[in-house]
Ligand binder design. Structure first.
Ligand code: GLN
Length: 597
């Protein structure tokens, strides 16, 4: 679609430019219809702003309100696609193909809502849009400045999201901390926005951190006070202060913060560490934060308490299961970045979701594949009741993954291969069952004798890295009477998310199938293989997609339910536990919503 310039938008009346102070308003935008809740962090990053903001948004959503989150990131990358997961956590892929921060995963899971690129903005996007407009003469002869043009661009994004998503409340989370140079203009933009939208239109939440030096044995609030002072110096008066701490924050510390920041005590809340993020909505609800926000935004007349009773009851049925597990299994994750858990965040969540519904504690054992050999493999996987070979890039650890997949296939160990794991499962099968000793992926060995896994045709001409993979949500056509078809409720297709450059070379499909490999999912109308399984194995499934990205607490992805159920059967063989298909079918009734997506 050709890009619409702002001048064109102005000409057609879609953006108003009638102000001396540049502040474009999208056409059709009604002030006061959508309210804004701005969430910022002080003292330090990593306080869980995304978790907090998504839980608060969930409480409002449960009252029948329409909510939309947006994360504003200070970095200059256009998206998260080129970031190293080892440093920044996993790259989360949205249905429209946007590669974004892992916090978007938190929002999708908590709100059970598919997000899009409109919910994620980086400084890179903001600046490139401003520069594009400058080159097209859209600033009408003015010198282009951080204020008002860059801040104007931020406000335009927020209002456009409000308008397009037709929401009651937009939750705006600003990455990093107040005081970071790169996000100072975000804070200025939200300050202006609250002023322009008028009283009762916005509320500001500051997350802060209460230090507990072990040598003192008491909570100290000075750093928190200074952090909030810094925010106030930027012209933002917080309405709510959420005090993160290891333990519940005592009254004394809260009183000091309250006095220092002009925020009444009932809006200075304690937010201690929680064993499960799914318990945090209850924590915020008990503190009364949901109604504080509703009062601050004057939307008491928009909520539906009957709806909330039902939604909350359903949520509590789910959280009651947390910590009530009767069984425990160990799943080995054979990967490369195993030192940093954040690089597998969605995977960990997907296993947790499946475990909660099956009444099973899922212990994760991280297996670094670059040190795996055929010899040490049995001892490394000794405790495992199931195995996951997750997504990955490059050569390091690939042979170890192949060895682990061989072990799982030959030992009847339940196994799920994801993306790169799917590709390695194909290579392993080709080598050890089909007798193609030279089988490999051209990502690993460009000159291998049998390129079972090769570049997708459309990847051949690509000369840059960012945003060029096969990305986003795609339909998978399921083959009837297969395990995948059963797990997904006998649906003819299922939608999952993708992020890859390589695929199974169509030339080898026949030989793989002749030797017993079943491709149970394919791209509709294309020769792209997307799910495989082995019929004579308790559970051996792999997919080119990333099923973890669409697993939601109340609707776990059936592939993970299948894996954990099979692992439970293996660990407790005498208990008559249900097989993967039966277990999934039993749960699908409880989820009360289609198991798809
Ligand atoms: N490296 C593989 C590819 O590009 C797999 C990618 C992944 O696991 N996300 O196809």
């Amino acid at each position: 679609m050709p890009r619409t310039t702002r001048q064109e938008l102005a000409r057609t009346g879609q953006v108003s430019l009638d102000s001396e102070f540049f502040s474009p308003i999208p056409q059709g935008y009604q002030k006061g219809k959508t309210k804004y809740c701005f969430v910022v962090g002080t003292v330090m990053s990593g306080l869980g702003k995304g978790i907090f903001s998504s839980c608060l948004a969930k409480l409002l959503q449960d009252k029948g309100l329409k909510v939309a989150p947006i994360k504003l990131e200070g970095y200059l990358n256009i998206d998260s696609g080129t970031l190293n997961p080892y440093r920044h956590g996993e790259v989360f892929v949205l249905d429209d193909g946007m590669e974004c921060d892992m916090d978007l995963g938190t929002y999708e899971r908590m709100l059970d809502q598919d997000l899009s690129k409109a919910n994620f903005a980086t400084s890179g996007q903001i600046f490139s849009s401003v520069l594009h407009k400058e080159r097209h003469g859209e600033y009408l002869g003015r010198d282009v400045q951080m204020i008002p043009h860059v801040t104007g661009e931020v406000k335009l994004r927020l209002r456009q999201l409000a308008l397009d998503s037709n929401t009651d409340v937009v939750f705006v989370e600003i990455g990093g901390t107040v005081g970071d140079l790169e996000n100072a203009y975000f804070i200025e933009a939200i300050r202006q926005m609250a002023y322009e939208e008028g009283p009762g239109s916005s509320c500001f939440v500051a997350l802060t951190y209460i230090i507990e030096p072990p040598t003192l044995g008491e909570q100290k609030s000075k750093a928190a006070q200074l952090g909030i002072r810094q925010l106030m110096e930027l012209g933002v008066q917080p309405d709510i202060i959420a005090c993160r701490a290891t333990h519940p924050v005592d009254e004394k510390a809260r009183q000091k913060i309250s006095m220092y920041s002009n925020v009444p005590m009932e809006r200075v809340v304690s937010l201690p560490d929680s064993a499960s993020i799914y318990m945090i909505p209850a924590m915020l609800r008990e503190a009364g934060l949901d109604f504080e926000v509703i009062r601050l935004l004057h939307i008491e007349d928009r909520i539906d308490l009957g709806y909330e009773r039902r939604a909350w009851g359903r949520w509590c049925d789910f959280t009651d299961r947390i910590g009530a597990a009767t069984h425990t299994v160990t799943i080995a994750i054979c990967g490369k970045y195993t030192a940093v858990r954040d690089s597998y965040a969605s995977l960990i969540h997907a296993l947790e979701h499946a475990g909660i519904w099956l009444g099973c504690n899922v212990k994760i054992e991280w297996v670094e594949t670059s040190t795996i050999t055929d010899k040490n493999l049995p001892s490394r996987l000794q405790a495992a009741d199931g195995l996951i070979v997750p997504g990955g890039f490059g050569t390091r650890g690939a042979e170890g993954k192949i060895a682990a997949l061989r072990f799982a296939r030959t030992q009847g160990l339940p196994c799920l291969g994801i993306c790169f794991g799917f590709q390695m499962a194909v290579v392993e099968f080709a080598r050890n069952v089909c007798g193609l000793a030279g089988a490999n992926s051209t990502e690993i060995d460009p000159n291998c004798q049998d390129p079972l896994i090769d570049l997708l045709p459309q990847q051949g001409q690509i000369d840059r890295l960012g945003g060029t993979m096969r990305l986003g949500g795609k339909d998978i056509e399921l083959k009837a009477n297969t395990m995948a078809w059963e797990l997904f409720g006998r649906a003819s297709s299922v939608r999952m998310r993708f992020r890859h450059r390589y695929e199974v070379h169509p030339r080898y499909i026949q030989v793989l199938e002749d030797n017993g490999l079943v491709f149970s999912g394919k791209a509709p109308g294309e020769q792209i293989m997307q799910i495989l399984e082995l019929p004579d194995h308790p559970f051996f499934m792999a997919t080119q997609a990333h099923p973890c990205l669409t697993s939601r607490p109340m609707r776990p992805n059936p592939m993970f339910v299948g894996l954990v159920a099979a692992a439970m059967q293996r660990r407790y063989p005498d208990q008559g536990l249900p097989d993967p298909v039966t277990a999934t079918q039993q749960l699908q009734k409880l989820w009360q919503v289609p198991a798809i997506r």
